[in-house]
Design a protein around this ligand. Sequence first.
Ligand SMILES: [Mn+2]
Length: 262
Amino acid sequence: MATRKKAPDKKASDTKAGARKGAGRSSAGKKNAGKSGAGAARVVPAAGKRGGRRKSAAATAVVAAGAPRRAEVLRETSETRIAVALAIDQPGYSIATGVPFLDHMLEALARHSGIGLDVQARGDTHVDDHHTVEDVGLAIGEALRRALGDKAGIARFGHFETPLDEALVAVTVDLSGRPYLVYNLSLKPQRIGSFDIGLVEDFMQALMTAGGINLHINVRYGRNPHHIIEAAFKALAKALSMACARDARTVGIPSTKGSLDG
Ligand SMILES: [Mn+2]
């Protein structure tokens, strides 16, 4: 059964800049690099200059053609501390969230999208995985949005259907700047290991909200929840890869409105 959601308000505590200098920036794109650099990320403007922190989303920098598309986000609250370094064009990953099944899914996301992803998280998982899963989604979405800059020259849309044994899942994305989630992944409440599968929806909602992504997830069929969820992350990876790709037939910002800031 379909659930349709408008984007909720972002949490009050947004990204913070000015943490320790260091590893996060260089560790995206190097597989298994930077584990010791956990939490060393800071916000970097989309064009990769270190000239200081952004004041607002409206100040999104123009990413010159060929410029590195990467960003770092440090998100700290009383519940979690999430450091993300994301590099759209530098494949590789280093993931340690403290939630093993989420690590497995994020490794699939990075591996199959080719988007470099370094995620180092510490959260109150002794309470529940919920805060960590949601905040990791917010931080990755924010990093992706910043790395994309004004989105000039990209494909913008992506769609992929991925099988995993008996399961088939379709994911469609539009990097429109207008967050919206359609989540047709109905599984009865249950756990995979210790992981509550209901948290997948919270992750996707956080990702699309912070990333400004119109995200549709449709399970065609499947039986095993691990297979269904993993197929969803792989389809998301491929759809995002398509949408982020620089497209020779796209001139300027791919919008008749002239902006994809939402
Ligand atoms: Mn698996």
